[in-house]
Design a protein around this ligand. Structure first.
Ligand SMILES: [Zn+2]
Length: 112
């Protein structure tokens, strides 16, 4: 069996099959969701689970994972990023039954 690429989730810090994770990148200082694994540069990986997503919305964690200098990731950007992640993967999350109440919990996430 071919060895499948493994990556660490920056939320729970567990390793997982790359395809079970989503990829976040920072391009020109802007955090983006790389939904199709097509963008270049270093990526940070996160499970498609509300807990992991919530824990990953942390400027220091993202800056560490992406090797960015401190202050590159802004709290406002994280709010936008989280909104975009939610829009793109909410359907998938609902289908998996992982986070049906994510909409409510989204409001409680603290952007660090
Ligand atoms: Zn995780």
């Amino acid at each position: 069996m071919a060895k499948r690429p493994m990556r660490m989730c920056i939320g729970c810090r567990r390793r997982a099959d790359k395809n079970a994770l989503m990829r976040l990148v920072c391009i020109d200082g802007e955090m983006m969701l790389d939904a199709n694994f097509t963008l270049g540069g270093r990526g940070a990986y996160v499970h498609k689970k509300e807990g992991c997503i919530a824990q990953s919305m942390n400027a220091k964690k993202l800056e560490g994972a992406l090797r960015l200098s401190r202050g590159t990731v802004k709290k406002g950007d994280l709010r936008d990023l989280h909104a975009r992640i939610f829009e793109k993967i909410a359907v998938e999350i609902d289908r998996d039954g992982v986070a049906t109440s994510m909409k409510d919990k989204r409001r409680r996430i603290k952007f660090l």
